[in-house]
Design a protein around this ligand. Structure first.
Ligand SMILES: Cc1cc2nc3c(=O)[nH]c(=O)nc-3n(C[C@H](O)[C@H](O)[C@H](O)COP(=O)(O)O)c2cc1C
Length: 215
């Protein structure tokens, strides 16, 4: 049981790193790369796990975690089911947000931008790079639809048997990648006494402008 005040009394003080304007890369993609490289080097658990926020037709936001599978100055790529809740929401509204929390480094990155699908070729190529079991699950799972465990297991076994002697499962066209093209980045570093560092980049034409925000 959680006791009265137990959550209110949980309090960590942060003080591992400092974030100064002069240390930041002018290019937020490069700054992100630097932080991601550090997160990987320091063996943070699933550093590429990010919260994806989408907004439905009625204006209701929805969040869930997905895995960042690629990024470049073009954007941030993840893969999912195009007919899932998030897929339907992104078809209605292409404005999304991403956030990363790297607990061990007391860091958060927030991104806002516009999402679109990657090419079918890119999706298919990545689909076939995944382990066979993951390919099967993606192709039989009616993601975000009501289903029984029994139906899922049966569909998995049937597909596994049907393609027992094949290395690859046929690519399901309802599954694939999205790319988020950022218009805003925020790099957050935990500091003592909750006086955290927050540096935000927004795109002004072709250039990125950086400002400090109050914590
Ligand atoms: C660590 C972690 C990683 C995940 N990665 C993905 C992913 O890359 N793609 C995906 O579709 N779902 C992923 N999921 C599952 C999603 O969080 C979510 O349950 C699923 O995509 C359905 O979301 P929706 O109903 O909002 O569309 C992941 C969950 C966790 C906890």
């Amino acid at each position: 049981m959680i006791h009265k005040h137990e959550l209110a009394d949980l309090r960590e003080n942060y003080g591992l790193h400092v974030l100064l304007e002069q240390d930041m890369d002018k290019d937020p993609f490069k700054q992100f790369q630097k932080w991601m490289e550090q997160a990987i080097r320091e063996k943070i658990f699933e550093p590429n796990a990010m919260t994806l926020a989408t907004v439905g037709a009625q204006g209701q936001p929805s969040t869930r975690i997905v895995l960042l599978k690629n990024f470049s100055s073009k954007g941030f790529v993840f893969f999912t089911n195009y007919e899932s809740k998030k897929g339907l929401q992104m078809a209605d509204n292409d404005r999304v947000a991403l956030s990363f929390w790297w607990r061990e480094q007391e860091r958060q990155v927030r991104i806002e931008g516009i999402v679109s699908k990657v090419s079918a070729e890119e999706s298919q190529t990545y689909f076939h790079l995944r382990p066979k079991g993951s390919q099967i699950s993606a192709s039989v799972s009616p993601q975000s639809k009501i289903v029984s465990r029994e139906t899922l297991e049966k569909a998995f076994l049937e597909k596994a048997e049907a393609f027992e002697n094949e290395e690859k499962i046929p690519y399901p066209t309802f599954w694939g990648g999205y790319i988020v093209r950022p218009s805003l980045f925020e790099f957050w570093q935990g500091r003592p006494n909750r006086l955290h560092d927050r540096l935000q980049y927004t795109k002004q034409g072709d250039l990125w402008e950086m400002v400090r925000l109050g914590p």
